[in-house]
Design a protein around this ligand. Structure first.
Ligand code: KG4
Ligand code: ZN
Length: 337
């Protein structure tokens, strides 16, 4: 079975091919030019997807040593994401499926992330806790099987990645914030400033907007301008902020481990690339004697390998999508029980 996956929900165009369960290609083209604008410009993103999608598909086929007519299943992200960006990949995938007369499966981007641990040699074991941390979402989920996902908690305001991006901007470090904050933090003291960690009683929910405001107030109170922050202070602020985000994520995951019997923990999404967060979750796993699966870097951020993998599992469960399937920009309430 040869599966083609397409991802175009935000600022990465990605095409992947899985052949007989083996990943043959996972090509990712990142739109770096958005850093000039301090964030993703949706219309520019759509246009860039449009320019690169055909060359990427050709490259992926060549790398996998396959012809288009040897593809058996076509999968594409349908949402959540930027509507114009989603339309490019989704419409292309549907058109391709129609042209080559092959089945098509529309994939929920978050479900792609949730199962991205299965792209690793060591895979998660059901039931497992999935901590999804990306630019747009923060979710703690109980994953019982490929068709049973229960939402335990989510953010009530900003997503973890969004907090990294906003704090990076206010510190003058630029976009995307996560990698910049991680880098600057390497020279800082994570315990220097006691930034607040929201405690939402009796839920597994998260909140990051108070933390973001606390960093803003700290900077406003101590410096006349963000440009006047010394390098050492900047490193301490970034490291203390990063530490507060990690503590909030780990604390809720620990709470869930005390309440649910699981076999493993999987950290997924763009923020899963964060080294100190990965280490903290691995430590937590040791404490509870649970296997911790953290995808390698190419599977943390947006990629089509996770879309092809998820699409294949949906197909195996007996589902196909119609060719009039519409993209969905946001996660609907009924997603995840
Ligand atoms: O999953 P993803 O690629 O796109 C979405 O679906 O949102 O996640 C992107 C997010 C951005 O907010 C980015 O700042 C964050 O992941 N990120 C990181 C790191 N690398 C990327 N956050 C913290 N530390 C990192 N090393
Ligand atoms: Zn994502």
């Amino acid at each position: 079975m040869n599966v083609l996956g397409i991802e175009s929900s935000c600022d990465e165009t990605s095409v992947a091919i899985i052949s007989d369960e083996k990943l043959k290609a996972n090509l990712i083209s990142s739109q770096d030019f958005h850093s000039n604008y301090g964030g993703v410009v949706p219309e520019l993103s759509s246009r860039a997807h449009l320019q690169i999608i055909i060359p990427l598909i050709k490259d992926a086929l060549q790398k996998s040593d396959l012809k288009l007519n040897e593809i058996d299943l076509i999968c594409s992200t349908a949402g959540p994401g930027l509507i114009g960006a989603l339309l490019v990949g989704l419409t292309f995938a549907k058109g391709l499926a129609y042209a080559v007369k092959k089945p098509f499966v529309a994939v929920n981007h978050i479900e792609g992330h949730i199962f991205s641990g299965f792209l690793m040699e060591e895979k998660p074991e059901f039931p497992y806790l999935a901590l999804v941390v990306s630019g747009g979402h923060t979710l703690l989920l109980l994953v019982e099987s490929f068709s049973k996902i229960y939402k335990l908690g989510t953010t009530v305001d900003d997503a973890a990645g969004e907090a990294f991006d906003k704090v990076s901007k206010l510190l003058g470090l630029g976009y995307p914030g996560g990698p910049k904050i991680q880098k600057v933090s390497e020279n800082g003291d994570p315990n220097k400033i006691n930034f607040p960690i929201a405690e939402l009683k009796d839920t597994f929910n998260f909140s990051f907007s108070g933390l973001k405001t606390a960093v803003l107030r700290y900077v406003q109170h101590n410096y006349s301008d963000q440009k006047n922050i010394h390098d050492k202070d900047l490193a301490d602020i970034a490291a203390s902020f990063q530490n507060a985000v990690i503590k909030a994520l780990v604390k809720n995951t620990e709470k869930a481990l005390n309440n649910f019997e699981v076999k493993s923990i999987s950290l997924v999404g763009g923020v899963a690339a964060n080294k100190p967060l990965r280490n903290s979750l691995i430590e937590l796993g040791k404490k509870f004697n649970k296997k911790v699966i953290v995808p390698r870097m190419e599977f943390c951020g947006d990629n089509a390998a996770m879309i092809a993998f998820r699409g294949l599992r949906i197909y195996e469960l007996g589902y196909e999508s119609r060719l009039n399937f519409s993209p969905f920009p946001s996660l609907a309430k009924e997603h995840f029980a």
